[in-house]
Design a protein around this ligand. Structure first.
Ligand SMILES: O=C(CO)[C@@H](O)[C@H](O)COP(=O)(O)O
Ligand SMILES: [Fe+2]
Length: 215
C-alpha cells in the first residue's frame, strides 16, 4: 500500500494538535515537516522548538524536509527535537556525503531531495548511503503549487536506477499531488506521497487521508 505523508504546511497552525490527530486517524504513515529558512527558499516556516512540542501529540514518525542552507549545522537539533527521517537538499550543502553521515550517525534515516532542475546524476555516488530520495515536483518553498509534469520521467528514471543497482531506497514525491494524479505517480515508482493542500485544505482531512491511502 502507498505511504502517505501529510505536510502540515497547509494545516491550521493555531490548532496543530487536532490537525495531527485528524490525519493520524485517517491512516497517515508519516508527518511531513517542511522546514524553510527564507534563504534556500523564499519562505520561512518553523524549526526544532515547534517539532519538540508536537512530538508528544502523535505517535507517527516525523519526516523532516529541510529546505535550509547548510543543513549540517542543524542535524543534531532536529534529531534531538524528534525527527525520524531527515531529508536534506542536494543543492543546499557543499558536503553532502558528510551531511548524510552525520544524520546516519545519529541512528535515524537519511533522505536527499532534488529540486526539479537537479539531475539524478548528482546523487549517483552517494546513493548507497541513503534511505530515501525525495523528488520535488514543484519548486520548493510553498504549498498549493501545480505538479511539474516533466518530473514523471525523473521518477521513473530513478525507479529504474534503484532497481538496476538493487538499492534499498524509497522514492518520495513532494508537490502538487492531488487525488486525481496520485495513482499515476505511485505507478511510476513513488512509494511515499507527500500531500499538503490536497489533505489540509479539504473539509475533512481524515476522510481525505483515507482516500489517498486507497488510491
Ligand atoms: O516541500 C514542500 C513545498 O516546498 C511541500 O511539502 C509542500 O508543502 C506540499 O504541498 P502541496 O503541493 O501538496 O500543497
Ligand atoms: Fe516538503
Amino acid at each position: 500500500m502507498i505511504k502517505i505523508a501529510p505536510s502540515i504546511l497547509s494545516a491550521d497552525f493555531s490548532n496543530l494538535k487536532d490537525e495531527l490527530k485528524k490525519v493520524e486517524e485517517g491512516g497517515a504513515d508519516f508527518i511531513h515537516l517542511d522546514i524553510m529558512d527564507g534563504n534556500f527558499v523564499p519562505n520561512i516556516t518553523f524549526g526544532p522548538p515547534v517539532i519538540k512540542r508536537i512530538r508528544n501529540v502523535t505517535k507517527l514518525p516525523f519526516d523532516a524536509h529541510l529546505m535550509i542552507e547548510n543543513p549540517e549545522r542543524y542535524i543534531d537539533d532536529f534529531v534531538d527535537a524528534g525527527a525520524d527521517i531527515i531529508t536534506v537538499h542536494e543543492e543546499s550543502t557543499r558536503h553532502l556525503h558528510r551531511t548524510i553521515q552525520s544524520i546516519k550517525n545519529r541512528g535515524i534515516r537519511a533522505g536527499v531531495a532534488l529540486n526539479p532542475s537537479t539531475p539524478l546524476n548528482n546523487i549517483e555516488y552517494i546513493m548507497e548511503y541513503i534511505d530515501m530520495v525525495l523528488i520535488m515536483t514543484v519548486n520548493p518553498g510553498f504549498g498549493g503549487q501545480s505538479f511539474i509534469s516533466s518530473m514523471k520521467r525523473k521518477i521513473s528514471d530513478l525507479k529504474d536506477i534503484i532497481d538496476k543497482r538493487k538499492l534499498n531506497i524509497e522514492i518520495q514525491v513532494d508537490g502538487g499531488i492531488k487525488l486525481d494524479n496520485a495513482r499515476e505517480i505511485a505507478n511510476l515508482g513513488a512509494e511515499i506521497l507527500v500531500v499538503g493542500s490536497g489533505i489540509f485544505a479539504a473539509e475533512d482531512p481524515t476522510e481525505e487521508t483515507k482516500k489517498f491511502k486507497n488510491i
